[in-house]
Design a binder for this molecule. Structure first.
Ligand SMILES: Nc1ncnc2c1ncn2[C@@H]1O[C@H](COP(=O)(O)OP(=O)(O)O)[C@@H](O)[C@H]1O
Ligand SMILES: [Mg+2]
Length: 597
């Protein structure tokens, strides 16, 4: 129940409409009662005097009640849909905003499809019961109250008898509620797994085709489908048992009333008219009782969905991105822009230790100083922790020990959102959105004008690509219509357009040919001085002209210096260079220089 109360807040902005809906639904039991009362008028008056104005009154009464009921139904349905729809939008928005801000730990542990399922289908289920639950629930309760009062007014003895079955109804409902909720929870979980499977397989469609894994994926999908079906069947069985059971209990009540009513009839304490009306009212009492208990069940399945939504909203603060705002917003700006220039280093890593999961240290005593305005290359075997260092720099995670500074300030002193404004990253895994190249570049800076975008595109070598519609070429979902190298160029343009003081390239030119890479490197050279560039590269030729090169081995910077210095030192870097020479150049060289092989 507590879960429900938190969602009630969502209804607050729609109080007025809710009251209208509420009144409309409330008028229904009253109109029903009035309609039945007309029956009594017929029995009482028409039997004695079949003609006259009373007939007209009764006919008019029926019509008036029908009109009022129609109006009430209209208000109830329309306003109900209005409020329900708004609640869905509000709740989805809240949940989506939360999802975006959850830490990468969360996102790397959960499949996209699961979150989609919570956002779409679970939120929908919450709506189904939230509005209906409140309006229907209270009207049914009111109806029960109205008709129970009428029954006691008509015949207290029979009324007491008819209510004897109530406890049985409640007990069966209570027994059923828990099982129903568990079953519904299972249905929800299975459904979200089904969604996640579809999402996963379709985003890997090329892989599926290439490895011809159609039947394997079909099998997997079918299994998920069967599991979902099984869960639904279990839930349906619960319903199938409970609904007839409650009908039977209600019928027992009617039977009791008929039996004792007949006795009262024989004893002459009750008229036949009285018994008929009593039974009519009793029907009206049991109906809402049954609907109320059925509503209880629907609420249970809605509750299962609501719990899943609430679980996401309630994830503890640990799941949020790290954040803090100890220093005013303009601090970084002042540290960076002339005439303030107060520090010489743009980025420092000071004795940084980090592990994604306890027990497996990725960065150990990682130290790195990137001077302002310099181009610094980061090289080393893959898995060494280079991308991890970049993730920490953007504060996707916080170090376990040590600190990272940007323009002389510990990055933990800023809001993450502000910190990231000062960086433009071309990540190792390129992500593009469906849309045009222009839109994808502008993602780096939403207010960029045409010329800015054009310049970035030119610097990244996009204008040389053979494109059907220039910058307006559509690139397909996730940029699937581009080649790997083209995707990288778009990502580079997206970073350049940001015009951020710090530029980070994480193996951003790995898919480019040497000529294109050369061009981008010369672009970076022009940025020297105004921008600080961190260049992670696998190909050593990429970083050769960098001001400084740092070699990362197993989470530790083992060497740092310029290309020449490091070659002279004849250490790790020199070994790397020799390795690449033998693989890249010497292999080709074997043709011309056979004595090498
Ligand atoms: N999200 C993650 N969760 C757990 N381990 C990770 C995650 N990302 C990377 N790693 C691990 O961290 C190590 C360093 O990875 P990474 O920083 O990507 O290396 P590099 O960029 O130098 O190739 C690898 O052993 C990898 O398995
Ligand atoms: Mg990497």
């Amino acid at each position: 129940m507590r879960t429900w109360f938190r969602f009630l807040v969502l209804l607050k902005p729609y109080r007025g409409r809710l009251i209208v809906t509420f009144l409309a639904t409330l008028s229904r039991p009253l109109l029903n009662a009035a309609k039945i009362y007309l029956l009594k008028l017929i029995v009482d008056n028409l039997v004695a005097q079949p003609t006259g104005p009373v007939v007209l009154w009764i006919c008019g009464g029926y019509l008036a009640i029908a009109l009022l009921k129609g109006g009430a139904n209209y208000l109830d349905q329309y306003q109900g849909a209005y409020i329900g729809g708004r609640v869905v939008i509000d709740l989805r928005h809240q949940l989506f905003a939360r999802l975006l801000r959850l830490s990468l730990h969360y996102h790397h542990d959960h499949r996209v499809g699961e979150s989609v399922s919570r956002l779409i289908s679970d939120v929908g289920a919450v709506e189904d019961v939230l509005v209906a639950g409140i309006t229907d629930g209270t009207t049914q309760a009111l109806t029960i109250f109205v008709f129970a009062t009428m029954l006691f007014y008509l015949d207290p003895f029979l009324a007491a008898i008819s209510l004897l079955v109530l406890p049985f109804l409640f007990v069966s409902l209570a027994l059923y509620a828990r099982r129903s909720r568990l079953a519904s929870r299972e249905v929800r979980t299975r459904l979200s797994e089904l969604t996640a499977t579809v999402e996963e397989v379709l985003s890997a469609i090329v892989l599926v085709k290439s490895f011809v894994r159609f039947s394997h994926e079909e099998q997997r999908f079918r299994e998920r489908g069967e599991q979902h079906w099984q869960a639904r069947l279990d839930a349906a069985r619960q319903r199938a048992i409970f609904t007839p059971l409650s009908d039977i209990i209600a019928t027992v009540g009617t039977v009791l009333v008929v039996y004792f009513g007949a006795q009262a009839l024989a004893a002459g304490t009750l008229t036949i008219g009285g018994l008929v009306i009593f039974l009519a009212y009793l029907g009206q009492l049991y109906n809402p009782l049954l609907s109320l208990s059925r509503l209880g069940n629907t609420m249970q399945s809605g509750l299962a969905a609501a719990e899943r939504v609430a679980a996401l909203l309630d994830l503890s603060k640990d799941h949020d991105e790290p954040s803090a705002a100890l220093l005013p917003r303009s601090t970084l700006l002042k540290a960076y822009h002339p005439p303030y220039r107060i520090v010489e280093s743009a980025i420092t890593f000071e004795h940084v230790f980090f592990s994604y999961k306890p027990g497996r240290t990725i960065l150990r005593d990682f130290n790195l100083t990137v001077p302002r305005g310099a181009i610094v290359g980061l090289v080393g075997a893959s898995g060494g922790g280079k991308s991890t260092a970049i993730a920490l720099l953007q504060r996707f995670y916080d170090p376990d020990a040590g600190r990272i500074t940007v323009f002389g300030y510990d990055i933990r002193q800023f809001e993450t959102t502000e910190l990231r404004h000062y960086m433009a990253v071309v990540p190792q895994e390129i992500t593009l959105f469906m849309g045009s190249i222009r839109e994808n570049i502008a993602y780096g800076r939403l207010d960029a004008d045409h010329n800015t975008i054009l310049r970035a595109a030119q610097q990244a070598g996009i204008l040389e690509m053979k494109l059907a519609d220039g910058l307006d070429t559509l690139i397909g979902p996730r940029g699937t219509k581009l080649s790997g190298g083209q995707r990288q160029r778009v990502a580079i343009a997206r970073a350049l357009v940001r015009q951020a003081p710090i530029l980070i390239f994480d193996e951003a030119t790995s898919a480019l040919d040497s000529l294109s890479e050369e061009k981008i490197r010369s672009t970076l050279d022009t940025l020297r001085g105004q921008h600080t560039v961190l260049l992670i590269a696998h190909r050593l030729s990429t970083v050769r002209t960098a001001d400084l090169i740092a070699v990362v081995e197993q989470g530790h910077v083992v060497e740092m210096g310029s290309h020449e210095e490091l070659l002279q030192r004849n250490g790790a870097y020199a070994t790397l260079v020799r390795g690449q020479c033998t693989t890249d150049i010497a292999k080709q060289a074997t043709i011309v220089l056979p004595h090498l092989s």
